[in-house]
Design a binder for this molecule. Structure first.
Ligand code: NAD
Length: 259
């Protein structure tokens, strides 16, 4: 099956070989898609991103430095993407940031204003800023997908301000879906169970969460990057043509557990 044959898209959020964005890109490409990769500027970062893409057979893929908290970077990125791809069919938003100082169990109530604002800006507002620019490149409709976590809906010690940012991200998804549906653009989130990535390691107490999931989730195991990649590729494709404003859990069923 090649259900993304001929589709082109931008995948934000590759940092290294463990990034969820890499697993999503790998699956999308295996289904026939062509992907371009905006990445957080920085020489070291560029080397790691190139290496991660090389490892999945995407050496020479289109890369563009883009700090999503800067409008000028986003404008330059989308102008360059237009030159390269003309139109696109999908965007993956697989990025987030919060100062790890404020991701420790027990210190959410101490979060300073600037750390709170930065987490929401990078992790949630960026989806709105990206969707607005992506719309102009999606004359035939498209699919926008963002990554979230259950800490948006329930209090998970240590997830703290990132939980607030993810709640904002999920709300942004619904409002964007409501407004962009008339243009044939679908907007969804995947709520993934915990995965050992660079970002996840910043969350205090993450090891306990992995153990707890094994004990309590209906499938009694943690999930894999590949499982997220497969669900993402489906949501990016026309196979998911009637799915929008939705949050799909890829979490071994953990969100359904009460006790
Ligand atoms: P990751 O560290 O590999 O990816 C995070 C990405 O965000 C990196 O590529 C980083 O460069 C990018 N980023 C941060 N600030 C940025 C900025 N200002 N401009 C541009 N890019 C910026 O970690 P990941 O776990 O693959 O995270 C991807 C997404 O998945 C995030 O939204 C994360 O919250 C979400 N998520 C992760 C888990 C998990 O357990 N790992 C679970 C559910 C959801």
């Amino acid at each position: 099956m090649s259900f993304l044959k001929g589709k082109r898209g931008l995948v934000f959020g590759v940092a290294n070989d463990r990034s969820i964005a890499v697993a999503i890109a790998k699956e999308a490409v295996s289904q026939g898609a062509t992907c371009g990769f905006p990445y957080l500027p920085g020489e070291k970062n560029e080397r790691r991103v190139s290496k991660a893409l090389e490892d999945i057979g995407l050496a020479g893929a289109w890369l563009f430095p883009c700090d999503v908290s800067k409008d000028a970077d986003l404008d330059a990125c989308f102008a360059a993407a237009r030159e390269k791809f003309d139109t696109i069919d999908f965007v993956v938003h697989s990025l987030a940031f919060a100062d790890r100082t404020w991701l420790k169990p027990g210190n959410f109530h101490e979060t300073p204003r600037d750390a709170f604002a930065q987490a929401i800006d990078v992790s949630a507002y960026s989806l709105v800023a990206i969707a607005r620019r992506a719309k102009a490149m999606m004359p035939n409709g498209g699919s926008i997908l963002a990554m979230t976590y259950y800490g948006s809906q329930k209090m998970i010690p240590g997830y703290n301000v990132m939980g607030v940012a993810k709640a904002a991200l999920e709300a942004c998804t619904r409002y964007l879906a409501g407004e962009l549906g008339q243009f044939g653009i679908r907007v969804n989130t995947i709520s993934a169970g915990p995965l050992r990535t660079l970002s996840a390691m910043a969350v205090g107490g993450i090891d306990e969460i992995f153990t707890w999931i094994e004990k309590k989730a209906p499938l009694h195991r943690n999930i894999t990057q590949e499982e997220v990649g497969r669900t993402a590729a489906f949501l990016l494709s026309d196979q998911a043509g009637a799915i929008t404003a939705e949050n799909i859990f890829v979490d071994a069923g953990y969100n359904a557990v009460g006790l």
